[in-house]
Design a protein around this ligand. Structure first.
Ligand code: SAM
Ligand code: SF4
Length: 330
């Protein structure tokens, strides 16, 4: 699949549920309204749709959410998708998780063929963690991370950089990840969805500033490491681990975008920062043949936009894109 700007689309992120056991302040409001169950694709439908993308050239599949591991019977989907790894049609199957269910599922994930996982953790301070996630339990996540490590999963931590919240902690996170053998990626807050807690202007911390500050204490060697995601990587010489920076706001990361995002209702977003989307549920359900849905996927890729235009609207404090991150899974 090649889009109008010559980018080859080989990476699909699938949000398998919009529900979550946390309510992170930058992601959800506390009283989120979730989709009615009838709207949501079954696991079999998600499997079939993912299979169509793989036939069309997707090599890397990431399950996300909401919290992917709170979806009932989610291991069925992992195991079923794992068969594409065995045939070699898929190169990587992975997930982004808040870690709360990892103690339960880490081994099963490994067995399904998952090698690397991203765990979102913004702080090592249990009180701050409770404030950021509202409903999360720090110890449960730590147990999950330990379980993942001992199951042999390679762990990368994702931390959203939040001004006045975790900006004094990056050294600690870098040091801890160094000790544990984890890579770390810092992410800028993106203006997606109403979250009803403070303002985006208050939360937003440009990573260009963070990097300049970190360089006073750490040696950040430029690295050409690529994961197929949007992060720019450095190797922290003192720890030997990688540090990724995802800077959608300060640097336009769209030129090399190889991704599209599927929601749990079968809506395909060709760009995280644009409203345009294609409904794949109707063509999927219309026929037992995959021809209609494959045609719909191709038509969608043919109108993938050049890039996002995120702007944190300082005058009105409105999100640039109305849907929440938990719809498309980041
Ligand atoms: N629940 C899982 C988790 O937290 O990892 C997967 C879904 S979550 C939406 C995926 C990632 O998006 C997390 O790393 C989260 O921190 C990040 N995220 C959520 N809202 C964001 C926002 N407004 N700006 C930047 N990143 C955000
Ligand atoms: Fe849930 Fe992940 Fe959003 Fe936090 S960032 S509320 S864990 S979906």
């Amino acid at each position: 699949m090649i889009d109008p700007f010559g980018r080859s689309i080989s990476y699909l992120r699938v949000s398998v549920t919009d529900r979550c056991d946390f309510r992170c302040v930058y992601c959800m409001s506390e009283d989120m309204a979730f989709l009615p169950k009838a709207e949501i694709l079954t696991l079999e439908e998600l499997d079939r749709l993912s299979g169509a993308f793989i036939r069309l050239g997707v090599k890397k599949l990431r399950l996300t959410g909401g919290e992917p591991l709170v979806r009932k019977n989610i291991m069925h989907l992992f195991r079923s998708l794992g068969r594409h790894l065995q045939t070699g049609d898929l190169e990587e199957l992975t997930l982004t998780t808040n870690g709360s269910q990892l103690a339960k599922y880490a081994r099963d994930l490994k067995e399904a063929g998952v090698k690397r996982i991203n765990v979102s953790l913004d702080t090592l301070d249990a009180q701050k963690f409770a404030a950021i996630t509202r409903w999360g339990r720090f110890d449960q996540v730590m147990d999950g991370i330990r379980a993942a490590k001992s199951a042999g999963l390679q762990v990368k931590l994702n931390a959203v950089a939040l001004k006045g919240v975790n900006d004094g902690e990056f050294d600690k996170l870098i040091g801890w990840c160094g000790e544990e053998g984890f890579d770390l990626t810092l992410i800028e807050v993106m203006p997606l969805g109403e979250v009803g807690s403070g303002t985006r202007v208050d939360q937003y911390l440009p990573l260009s500033m963070v990097r300049a500050d970190l360089r006073k204490r750490w040696t950040l060697d430029e690295s050409d490491y690529k994961t197929g995601g949007p992060a720019r990587y450095y190797t922290v010489r003192e720890t030997g681990q990688r540090l990724g920076l995802i800077t959608p706001m300060t640097h336009n990361f769209c030129e090399s975008c190889n991704r599209v995002r599927l929601t749990c209702t079968g809506t395909l977003y060709m760009c995280l920062g644009q409203e345009d989307a294609a409904d794949l549920r109707a063509p999927l359900r219309a026929s037992e043949s995959d021809a209609p849905v494959e045609a719909a996927i191709r038509a969608a890729i043919d109108r993938k936009p050049k890039g996002h235009d995120f702007i944190i609207d300082r005058r009105h404090d409105r999100p640039a894109v109305a849907r929440h991150m938990s719809v498309t899974g980041g």
